[in-house]
Design a binder for this molecule. Structure first.
Ligand SMILES: [Zn+2]
Length: 327
């Protein structure tokens, strides 16, 4: 009897597992797309990592591991679909190190835009970029700003983890090295890896190289592309050796909580797209004034491109064309 009960229990557990809707895009079956769309409120996370050296001790894909884990954990609290591994960003400064995957800038840009377009074509009108790589924020912020360059039927949101005073105090209590020098593959980052994937961290190797700031270039108030290499030629900044899984837990839990909260707010958000639409209707008429003939031609050309790409239907094209010509 006991054995039968156990077998039944196992069976029901398996059914329960099978019935859970996966968050990952690549783990969903196509038939579940409408269900995933409803449950996510049309929201898709695009987790962006990078492939680059992480000191002498942490894995090349550290940033990817981070975003993958944040997305997996946050979507258990607040469902959204998660786009598979994406590691095409800005990493020119580490091209002298093994394992770095740095695509040409125009490809990085076009791939990101095309990826967002494709995610939206699949029904997701809210795309949430989460980023694990310190060399990406300038690129990503400019990318998000550039979404206003052309009318789109979707919005891109760029998530940054929130940090309140309780969190800051908790980190300060737990950490060991000077936060000012703690950056790439340093105490913070190594700690989160020790918490998430300890088997991939070679902590004993963390002292083989120096993560000290060498300050080899100091021109006041000037930014150069070589600044990072000038400071950290080992592509290592901080002291990975003092990392602990305990600190990693504090940082990870805060990020996951913060992401789940952001997802909830984004899923409920109706303002961003409404404001985008309002903005573009004003762009088209320059605040009520008719378009100049060249703008009309531009608008028509853009519509034709969208139609040719299959982004809009013939019917939508004709309606939009009529509207442009009527202005
Ligand atoms: Zn990293």
């Amino acid at each position: 009897m006991k054995r039968i009960c156990f077998a039944l229990l196992l069976l029901s557990t398996n059914i329960a597992v099978a019935q859970t809707l996966p968050a990952r895009w690549d783990e969903l079956v196509a038939a579940d797309w409408p269900k995933a769309m409803t449950q996510s409120a049309g929201t898709c996370i695009l987790p962006i990592g990078i492939l680059e050296k992480h000191g002498p001790h942490a894995p090349i894909g550290s940033d990817l591991i981070h975003v993958r884990e944040w997305a997996a954990r946050a979507t258990k609290k607040e469902y959204a679909v998660v786009f598979p591994d994406y590691f095409y960003g800005q990493i020119n400064e580490a091209r002298h190190q093994p394992g770095t995957f740095a695509l040409p800038p125009t490809i990085v840009w076009d791939l990101l835009q095309a990826t967002c377009d494709e995610i939206a074509r699949n029904g997701f009108k809210k795309i949430v970029i989460i980023n694990g790589h310190g060399g990406n924020p300038n690129l990503l912020q400019y990318f998000v700003q550039s979404q206003l360059n052309m009318k789109r039927d979707y919005a891109v949101y760029f998530f940054t983890p929130g940090r309140d005073s309780a969190y800051n105090a908790s980190v300060q209590r737990t950490r060991k090295s000077d936060p000012a020098g703690d950056s790439h593959a340093g105490e913070n980052e190594t700690s989160t890896l020790l918490y998430l994937r300890p088997e991939l961290v070679k902590l004993d190797s963390a002292k083989i190289e120096s993560g000290e700031n060498l300050r080899r270039l100091a021109i006041p108030n000037v930014y150069t592309g070589i600044w990072w290499y000038a400071s950290y030629p080992n592509h290592y900044a901080g002291e990975g050796a003092v990392a602990t899984a305990q600190l990693g837990k504090v940082i990870t839990e805060n990020t996951v909580e913060s992401l789940a909260k952001a997802l909830k707010a984004i899923k409920a958000d109706t303002k961003t797209i409404a404001l985008q639409n309002e903005f573009f209707s004003r762009v088209a008429t320059v605040d009520g004034a008719p378009l100049s003939s060249s703008s009309v031609a531009d608008e028509l050309a853009k519509l034709k491109t969208l139609l040719d790409k299959g982004a809009i239907t013939k019917e939508e094209y004709n309606t939009a064309k009529k509207k442009v010509l009527a202005n």
